[in-house]
Design a protein around this ligand. Structure first.
Ligand SMILES: [Zn+2]
Length: 444
C-alpha cells in the first residue's frame, strides 16, 4: 500500500529517519494525553504535557552533539520513558533541485498529522495535509526572489497558536534559502523558543551559510536528500504516472535526477521541444551573429516558458481579488474602498511581476543545466570515461564534439555554461550572461 512516503524516490535513508521521528512524535502525543499510564508507580506522579515537551527541547540540542543516540529505532518507546527521541521542532531538508525536498517535507507533515501516527496516506490527517487543506499545516512558497519579514512575522505568530486538530502546528518553508536576512531573524526567534506543538520544516539546496544562516542551521536537524538515481526516477514514472518504460527511462536520464522535470519531459511535448532547441545550440554556433541569435532564442524561450507557467495563476488571482473587492460597488464608503482596492491591485501586480522574474530565471537555469549536460557528455567521451550519457538522444553529436574540440576544449565550454549559471545567480542581467556564454562556446 502506498503511504505518504511512496513518492520520495530513491531516498531510503531519509525516509527511515522520518518514519522514526513520526513514530516518536506520535508517542509524545500519546504520553501527553495519558500521563498517568507512564508513571513508574502509584506514588510517583506522571509527567504532564509540559514535561514531555521540555524533553523535546532537550532533544533538539542533543541532535547536534550526539546524532547517533536519538537515531536508535528503539528510542521512540525506550524503557527510560523518553517519548521524544527521534523528534524535534525544526528540520532542514537539503538536496539538489528536484530531489524531492518539498515532497519530503509534505510527507513528513502528513505523517505528523496522521491519526495513526504513521503517514498511512488514507486517513483525513494525511489526506488534508497532502492536498494542502489541513488547518494546522501552512506552506510558504516564495513567489518572488525572497521571503520578506512581514510575511515571516505573520507566519510565526500563527504558528504559535494551539493546533486545532490536537496534534501539531506545522510550517513548511520551501526555498528557505530565499529568506531575507530580517525574515531569517524572525524565524530564528521562533525556532530558538519554539511553542510546544510547533514544527518548522525548512527546504534548502544545502546547509552552506549562503543558503541557511549558521544559527538557524544549528537549531535544526538536517535531512539530506540525494540526487535520485535515474533507475528509481524511471520506476516511479512508470508506477505512479503510467508512463511507458522506454519513455520513462529516457526522460529520467535526460532530467538528471530531477523528478518533476522528468515527468514533464515524459508528458509534455512542448517541454521536449524546448529541450531539443537548447541541445541544438552547440551545432548552431557557426559565427558571432549566430552566437547572438542563439542567446536571444534561449532568453526568449525562457520568457515564453515562464509566461505560460504563470499566466493561469495570475489571471485567477486577479479575478479573485476583483470579486473580493466587489468591483463596481457604489454608495457610501465606495470611494474609500476604491482607494484601498487600488493599493491591493498594485500589491498583487508587484507580487506577480516578482514571480514572473523568478519563473524566467528558473526556466533559463533548467536550459543551462541541459546544455551543461551536453558538454559533460562530450567531456566523458573525450576522456573515454565509462559512464552513461545524460542525453542519450544527442550522444552522437556530443561524440562528434569530443573529437573536434578535444578534452580541454570541451572542458572550457562546460565551464562557460557553469559560469553563466553562477553569473545569473549573482544577479548579472541574464541576456548579458547568456551572450557572453554563447560567444565563449563559439570561440571554444
Ligand atoms: Zn494517516
Amino acid at each position: 500500500m502506498a503511504d505518504v512516503f511512496a513518492d520520495l524516490v530513491g531516498q531510503e535513508e531519509a525516509v527511515a529517519t522520518l518514519r522514526r521521528a513520526a513514530a516518536s512524535a506520535a508517542a509524545l502525543l500519546r504520553a501527553a494525553a495519558a500521563p498517568a499510564s507512564r508513571a513508574a508507580g502509584p506514588a510517583t506522579p506522571g509527567p504532564d504535557a509540559e514535561d514531555a515537551y521540555d524533553e523535546l527541547d532537550v532533544l533538539a540540542d542533543e541532535f547536534d552533539t550526539e546524532p547517533a543516540g536519538p537515531d536508535d529505532p528503539a528510542a521512540a518507546t525506550s524503557a527510560d520513558g523518553n517519548p521524544g527521541a527521534g523528534m524535534t521542532h525544526a528540520w532542514i531538508f537539503t538536496g539538489p533541485p528536484g530531489s524531492g525536498r518539498s515532497v519530503a517535507a509534505r510527507a513528513f507533515a502528513a505523517a505528523l498529522q496522521c491519526v495513526h501516527g504513521t503517514g498511512c496516506g488514507t486517513c483525513p490527517g494525511c489526506h488534508t495535509t497532502l492536498t494542502g487543506t489541513h488547518a494546522d499545516v501552512r506552506l510558504v512558497v516564495p513567489e518572488g526572489l525572497s521571503i520578506g519579514v512581514s510575511e515571516m512575522r505573520a507566519l510565526v505568530l500563527r504558528a504559535a497558536s494551539t493546533p486545532s486538530g490536537g496534534r501539531w502546528q506545522i510550517v513548511i518553508i520551501e526555498d528557505a534559502d530565499r529568506l531575507t536576512e530580517a525574515a531569517g531573524n524572525a524565524l530564528l526567534k521562533a525556532i530558538e523558543e519554539p511553542p510546544p506543538r510547533t514544527v518548522f520544516l525548512l527546504c534548502a539546496p544545502s546547509t552552506h551559510p549562503d543558503d541557511i544562516s549558521v544559527t538557524i542551521r544549528s537549531r535544526c536537524r538536517v535531512v539530506p536528500l540525494r540526487q535520485p538515481p535515474a533507475g528509481a526516477v524511471a520506476e516511479v514514472l512508470v508506477r505512479r504516472d503510467g508512463i511507458a518504460p522506454d519513455v520513462a527511462g529516457w526522460a529520467a536520464a535526460a532530467a538528471q535526477g530531477h523528478v518533476g522535470r522528468a515527468r514533464r519531459l515524459a508528458r509534455d511535448p512542448e517541454a521536449r521541444q524546448r529541450r531539443d532547441a537548447v541541445l541544438a545550440v552547440p551545432r548552431r554556433l557557426t559565427g558571432v551573429g549566430a552566437a547572438f541569435d542563439a542567446a536571444s532564442a534561449l532568453i526568449e524561450a525562457a520568457e515564453a516558458e515562464a509566461a505560460a507557467s504563470v499566466a493561469e495563476i495570475d489571471e485567477a488571482e486577479r479575478t479573485a481579488l476583483q470579486t473580493a473587492l466587489g468591483a463596481g460597488g457604489t454608495g457610501r464608503g465606495a470611494a474609500g474602498a476604491m482607494r484601498g482596492a487600488a493599493g491591493q491591485l498594485k500589491d498583487l501586480e508587484k507580487r506577480q511581476k516578482s514571480r514572473a522574474t523568478r519563473a524566467q530565471r528558473d526556466a533559463l537555469d533548467r536550459a543551462l543545466v541541459d546544455l551543461a549536460g551536453f558538454y559533460r557528455d562530450a567531456l566523458t567521451m573525450a576522456l573515454r570515461a565509462p559512464v552513461a550519457p545524460v542525453h542519450t538522444d544527442t550522444a552522437a553529436m556530443a561524440g562528434a564534439g569530443a573529437q573536434k574540440w578535444d578534452a580541454e576544449g570541451v572542458l572550457r565550454r562546460l565551464e562557460a555554461v557553469l559560469e553563466c549559471r553562477a553569473a545569473i545567480e549573482a544577479n548579472v542581467k541574464p541576456r548579458i550572461a547568456v551572450e557572453a556564454m554563447m560567444l565563449a562556446l563559439w570561440r571554444g
